[in-house]
Design a protein around this ligand. Structure first.
Ligand code: GLY
Length: 359
């Protein structure tokens, strides 16, 4: 069964289609938007695995390879989310004569989605694009909401633009073949949605979801994300609540050189730290930190941060959302309700010291 949800953003509105086995229908949905001039951006691992099925879906919708669409196949990896990667896409678009009426289909995880979105936003001053996320993390987070970006030597996601896709196609079977560690990383974001907005979702996450449950859970996360995006498309207010665990998480990812922990693993530790901090300063009801840690650990996510406050705090201060020695931290009152709390760096330091971060 395919679930359709509308992201209501006026002229920038679009549908998110979610379902198990949706890959078979990708071509039909793409053809309904654009009959020729489609660039399918992907990476070589994904294309080896799914290229034939993707091509068959395009063919059965009447889109011929070569004349109506062409794959643009990148090496896998974060290095492509860069000025060089952007240049590679522009060259490919030029080679296939992608016109303003054409379409970019981003078939991949967050790297492919962010990079393709940025390329689509700027190619000929903007062509439409479709997000077709293949990782759980991208399905529940980065494919919805129009954040596009590339990394610079100076920092991650420093150059980017808000540019909404025209459609999001989510086949929830695809993440189930991911390496376990990748799947866990996505589950951290799923748990986050429950923690900030939906206790029923949170309470449902007592084990690895089966195929049918995963499709419902992904759709539920996309609904929650869409509601934040509809109210705050340009991320100037409420959308920040989606960053529960991320202030700590980004610092943890950075301290680990972006290799020791992936995004979800770092955010899992960050959510545990944020919930403990909230309890320590009396803004989070006692017991919620233990419950969050319990659910994260059920999904194989470590909750003990290995870094000392002396290492974490300077990284947090550098975060673009913080200034003047103050940290804007997302906390929860209890599971399902989140808010932003501004805390002085030294007060946060005292909290973390008292907590005693294990080595
Ligand atoms: N990933 C958080 C947001 O899209 O705002």
């Amino acid at each position: 069964m395919t679930m359709t949800q509308r992201v209501g953003l006026g002229a920038n509105s679009y549908d998110i289609l979610t379902g198990s086995g949706l890959l078979r229908d990708f071509g039909t949905h793409i053809a309904a938007l654009c009959g020729s001039g489609v660039a399918v951006v992907t990476d070589s691992n994904l294309w080896t695995r799914y290229g034939r099925a993707f091509a068959a879906s395009m063919e059965s919708a009447g889109l011929s390879a070569g004349s109506d669409w062409a794959p643009v196949i990148l090496d896998p990896g974060e290095h492509n989310k860069s000025l060089d990667g952007l240049g590679r896409l522009y060259s490919a678009f030029a080679a296939m004569k992608l016109r303003r009426g054409g379409l970019v289909a981003a078939f991949g995880g967050g790297v492919v989605g962010d990079l393709s979105g940025m390329a689509a936003a700027t190619w000929m001053r903007g062509v439409r694009y479709v997000q077709i996320p293949t990782t759980l993390l991208a399905q529940v987070d980065s494919s919805v909401g129009g954040k596009t970006a590339i990394n610079l030597d100076e920092g991650k996601n420093l150059a980017g633009v808000f540019y909404q896709p025209s459609l999001v196609l989510i086949d929830t079977d695809l993440p189930q073949t991911l390496p376990e560690r990748e799947f866990r990383s996505g589950m951290a974001e799923v748990i986050k949605y429950g923690a900030i907005r939906s206790k029923p979702l949170f309470d449902r996450l007592t084990g690895r979801p089966d195929t049918a449950a995963l499709a419902e859970i992904v759709a539920q996360c996309c609904r929650i994300k869409s509601e934040f995006v509809e109210r705050d498309e340009l991320d100037t207010g409420e959308r920040m609540l989606l960053n529960f665990g991320h202030s700590f998480g980004h610092a943890i990812e950075k301290l680990g050189g972006y290799r020791r922990y992936n995004h979800g693993e770092a955010v899992a530790m960050g959510m545990a730290l944020a919930a403990e901090t909230g309890e320590k300063i009396g803004l989070t009801a006692v017991g919620n930190a233990a419950r969050i840690k319990e659910v994260l650990e059920i999904h194989g996510l470590d909750t003990a941060c290995p870094y000392e406050p002396e290492a974490l705090l300077p990284q947090m201060e550098l975060d673009k959302k913080n200034e003047n020695g103050q940290i804007r931290l997302v906390l929860i009152q209890e599971i399902g309700t989140a808010f932003v709390h501004t805390i002085q760096l030294n007060e946060l330091g005292n909290c973390l010291q008292r907590r005693g971060i294990p080595k």
